[in-house]
Design a protein around this ligand. Structure first.
Ligand code: GDP
Length: 607
């Protein structure tokens, strides 16, 4: 049953939407420059699955946490009766520091600093490189400042700034991407010259390639007598990362992170690649970006490091991230200095969130507190629904979601028990491309299925295939959360058969839908649409609180959601069995009538 607060909010929500457009026609929906599919669903009060379906119909494959930009959102919302309006058109200009003038000029696009992530095999020197760059490039005036680890920092080289994400690790990098945010512009791949290309080097290449990031190779530890930079270059070229000297376009820079050698060349290369990438942003917009680190401080409360992607964040802004919001109370830069503004590509640690957002959440500034609060309330509601939503992308959906006539691409991550099996699976898969469907192996390797594999699949809308291996617990959890399909096999031809079927669009789902119970609506209590309760008789199985439920009328599914409340006489109960009557509350279900059928169901793996 909707609480009083929720009812107030519902009223609030429609008041806001309506006040934006008093004319007849679609309601105006104020949206930020970028938001996730989930947030878009929440802002319209519809399930994110509906948004995904609509995107699919338009040939766009997106997960719940996928970030989409305003233009794409604007294409989607009319289907739900709205008209999109970009948030900054509503108000709030950036006061530029010093003159505080209100700038009427919108859309001023400037060149922005590149954001760089360092990837590579363990012990190849990522942390040392990050530390060396940081300590050697801060200006003299800043050296006295407290160097503070906030998850990202900026250095200046040849009067240009470069932002480094100080969170080495492919999982962290891909986790952010899996949540829909592309934070990084350039990847530096560190390879130790004494060790050469190792499994995580390959994983890093695959993660960066999947993100379509330009890669710069830093061949590290060249101070070591046993170092062999040429061997590294050859190995990389064999892996498809073709170094300039071998006719490719990948820059490789020999360095010694420990002895501070070659660092300038590396930074020079970053600037060259950045220039080619033409990175721009509009500092006049209301800020939007990504949360990169969070912590709960005993004295300060929730502390989040954010990286602004668009616009300028300033003190007092009402910011929304995931299911939390807050007003920016204080901002600190990577040198521990208090700042008032953070523009594009600038990281800052901020205080003011009412609760902790998650690393990887997209954040954006709302035009006012009320709108921010509303976004969060809606996001919370849809989060509750999400818990019961079926997963986003499955093998067969990937293939069927692509409009006819377009080449289909099946992104796969392949894990197997031995390197031999990996090669066997890979080579069998390579021969399976058809005229209009192509297999793209994003990553393969031996060992169990890891969280990183799942996140990579999630970020690239791919599938994880395991041969004689199982997912680690953390991978299972991530798969559940991210809505990634993991298929495991111990017979190779079964694996190949499924992939072939998927390519042809004929694959059976890995999950089946199990009906748990059904009930018929006997009476409808309450007058107002939002607070009506269905009085039902359970006709088979049982109804449980929280269960996924669909409303069926004349054999058509009219609504999907979950049971928010069950009542027997005056008592709230968790379960009602066949043959009994009860009251059922289903959030969001407004249109139901006597004679409608409620069916609860759950998903189970096909075995
Ligand atoms: P990470 O696991 O990739 O972050 O690697 P670390 O930065 O922790 O480095 C692993 C080890 O390699 C440490 O003992 C470093 O001191 C050492 N190391 C890093 N860079 C260099 C280098 O350029 N030369 C030498 N000789 N050792 C290095």
């Amino acid at each position: 049953m909707a609480t009083k607060k929720e009812q107030e909010l519902n009223r609030d929500s429609s008041a806001i939407k309506k006040s934006a457009s008093r004319k007849t026609g679609p309601q105006e929906l104020i949206l930020p420059a970028a938001l996730s599919v989930k947030q878009l669903g929440a802002s319209m009060g519809v399930s994110p699955i509906e948004v995904i379906k609509h995107l699919m119909r338009n040939g766009v494959m997106a997960g719940i946490n996928q970030g989409i930009d305003f233009d794409l959102a604007a294409v989607v919302v009319p289907a739900f009766g709205f008209k999109a309006k970009l948030v900054e058109a509503v108000g709030s200009q950036v006061e530029s520091e010093g003159h505080g003038s209100k700038d009427e000029d919108k859309g001023e696009v400037i060149q922005r600093s590149p954001v760089v992530t360092i990837l590579g095999h363990v012990d190849h020197g990522k942390t040392t490189l990050l530390d060396t760059i940081r300590s050697s490039r801060v200006t003299d005036a800043e050296i006295g400042g407290i160097t503070q680890h906030i998850g990202a920092y900026q250095v200046e080289y040849k009067d240009q700034k470069i932002t480094f994400l100080d969170t080495p690790g492919h999982a962290a990098f891909t986790a952010i991407r899996a949540r829909g945010a592309s934070v990084t512009d350039i990847a530096i791949l560190v390879v130790a010259a004494d060790d050469g290309v190792m499994p995580q080097t390959i994983e890093a290449i695959n993660h960066a390639k999947a993100a379509a990031l330009p890669i710069i190779v830093a061949i590290n530890k060249t101070d070591k007598p046993e170092s062999d930079p040429d061997k590294v270059k050859r190995q990389l070229t064999e892996r498809g990362l073709i170094i300039e000297e071998f006719g490719g376009d990948v820059i490789a820079v020999p360095i010694s992170a420990k002895n501070n050698l070659g660092i300038e060349d590396l930074l020079e290369s970053v600037l060259i690649v950045a220039e080619i990438s033409e990175l721009t942003a509009d500092p006049q917009k209301l800020a939007a970006g990504v949360v990169i680190e969070v912590k709960l401080d005993r004295h300060k409360g929730p502390v989040a490091t954010i990286l602004v992607k668009e616009g300028t964040l300033k003190i007092g802004d009402a910011m929304v991230a995931g299911t939390t919001w807050g007003k920016v109370k204080a901002m600190t830069n990577d040198l521990g200095l208090r700042v008032k503004l953070a523009g594009p590509a600038v990281p800052a640690e901020i205080l003011g969130f009412s609760s902790l957002p998650q690393a990887g959440d997209l954040f954006f500034v709302a035009p006012d507190d009320k709108t921010a609060r509303l976004y969060v309330e809606n996001a919370l509601k849809s989060k509750e629904e999400d818990l019961h939503l079926t997963r986003t992308i499955t093998l067969e959906e990937v293939m069927s979601g692509i409009p006819a006539g377009e080449e289909k691409e099946l992104n796969l991550i392949v894990k197997a028990d031995t390197q031999g099996s990996v090669e066997a699976v890979r080579s069998s898969l390579t021969g399976m491309d058809t005229a209009n469907a192509r297999i793209n192996i994003l990553h393969s390797g031996n060992g169990g299925i890891t969280e990183g594999d799942v996140l990579l699949a999630s970020a690239s809308k791919g599938i994880v295939l395991g041969f004689n291996v199982t997912p680690e617990t953390s991978a299972e959890r991530a798969a559940e959360q991210e809505g990634v399909e993991i298929r495991t096999y111990n017979i190779i031809y079964k694996l190949l058969e499924d992939v072939e079927a998927a390519l042809k669009g004929l694959l059976e789902p890995a999950y089946k839908d199990i009906i748990q119970g059904s009930a018929i609506i006997r009476v409808v209590f309450g007058v107002r649409k939002q607070s009506r309760v269905a009085g039902v008789m359970v006709t088979s199985g049982r109804l449980t609180k929280g269960a996924n439920v669909r409303l069926i009328r004349e054999e058509q599914v009219l609504f999907e959601g979950s049971i928010t409340g069950l009542r027997r006489f005056k008592d709230e109960v968790n379960e009602v069995n066949s043959g009994l009557e009860c009251g059922v509350d289903i959030r969001g279900l407004e249109d139901f009538a006597e004679g409608d059928i409620l069916e609860t169901h759950r998903r189970e793996r096909n075995r």
